[in-house]
Design a protein around this ligand. Sequence first.
Ligand SMILES: Cc1cc2nc3c(=O)[nH]c(=O)nc-3n(C[C@H](O)[C@H](O)[C@H](O)COP(=O)(O)OP(=O)(O)OC[C@H]3O[C@@H](n4cnc5c(N)ncnc54)[C@H](O)[C@@H]3O)c2cc1C
Length: 373
Amino acid sequence: MEHWDVVVVGGGPAGAAAALAARRADPAARVLVLDRAGFPRDKVCGDGIAAEAFDVLAGLGVEPATVTDGFPAVPRLRLTSPRGTTVERATERPSHVIPRAVLDARLIGVAQDAGAVLRRQQVRQVSVHPDRVEVDGSVTAGVLIGADGAESVVRRALGVRRNAPTELAVALRGYAPELPGQAGVQVIVTTEQRWPAYAWSFPLGDGRANVGYGELVSGGASRAGLEDGLRRLLPGVAPDALRAHRLPLSTGRPRQPDGRVLLAGDATALINPLTGEGIFYAVLSGALAGVAAGAGAGAGAAYREALGRRLGRHLRHSTTASWLSRRPALMDAVLRSAGARQQVFDDVVRLGLADGRLTLRALAGAARHLPRT
Ligand SMILES: Cc1cc2nc3c(=O)[nH]c(=O)nc-3n(C[C@H](O)[C@H](O)[C@H](O)COP(=O)(O)OP(=O)(O)OC[C@H]3O[C@@H](n4cnc5c(N)ncnc54)[C@H](O)[C@@H]3O)c2cc1C
């Protein structure tokens, strides 16, 4: 048995942030990242990254330009409500669109530079003991961080249930030329048909865009249905390399158990139920898990507390908003209000992409724009 202080399963945004944070918190800590893929590797995603994700990385000593280099900021967002109201505005802070093959290789590279060791290994078995965690019968860890994504083996080993179909989305994405007039604009189109469902086109800055479509698993989503949704919402767009993947939404997030095994990112279902955004939550939870790992047997409790303090209120608000958003008329009213007032637009974006709240301003604005009966 080979012993490491911290073993991270998965080297995506959550795993890279966890490894980096663990090394920064304790430069003497021996940190091993196991990933079944070799980097660079693709990950099915919309590639849209909220500015707040770079704030978390900056807190870990990562200069944003080292991650964004070559990919221009995307300063505007165009939203279409399920009933067809469209609003386009500058966002408070610009996003970036970076293909995951590039983003994830850069992030794991930073973690390696900080002293974490990356090894290619598909983890199949995790067993938890009072004083250690064993991985595949060959590696032991003082603390194990499961950052192994939507189909997490570590989550399963802990006996934590999967998200229910109402708390799980599925989406497919590919790459296509930008839409006419789309330069610098992230486009999100929702639809009443099969609601909640939406398509996106996110420009990479080189004339191409990441395009995709997703909906809830509970609606009986199929590959043909997803392709049909994409054609319906983005007519004339013919992406190549279409691939699908599941999104465990934060409406179904499990309680972090006590002990030596921590779950971060998609493995703990931290995807925003309003937008499908998960990278910000992955790097944030990974960073908190990496720090909490120093607490050994107390890591689970320390991490649960830190995550609750940082994201608890936002998660409660986004869950409530997701429940309210099931009424397309209300979504329409929110967007009308966002069209009338920049501050409401900013509130909506912060709730959907980062750690924002359901503000009174947004609720009052929506109430004013609801159709009179
Ligand atoms: C179609 C689609 C569009 C999306 N669009 C966006 C978007 O535009 N913006 C956004 O912020 N979020 C988006 N998301 C969500 C985002 O992709 C995830 O939230 C994010 O990737 C989570 O990061 P993670 O590190 O937790 O997991 P992942 O990025 O999935 O990384 C998990 C890592 O674990 C490894 N792994 C898995 N199992 C094992 C194993 N058994 N052993 C070893 N290694 C293993 C994998 O190889 C992978 O490298 C989208 C998701 C989908 C499906």
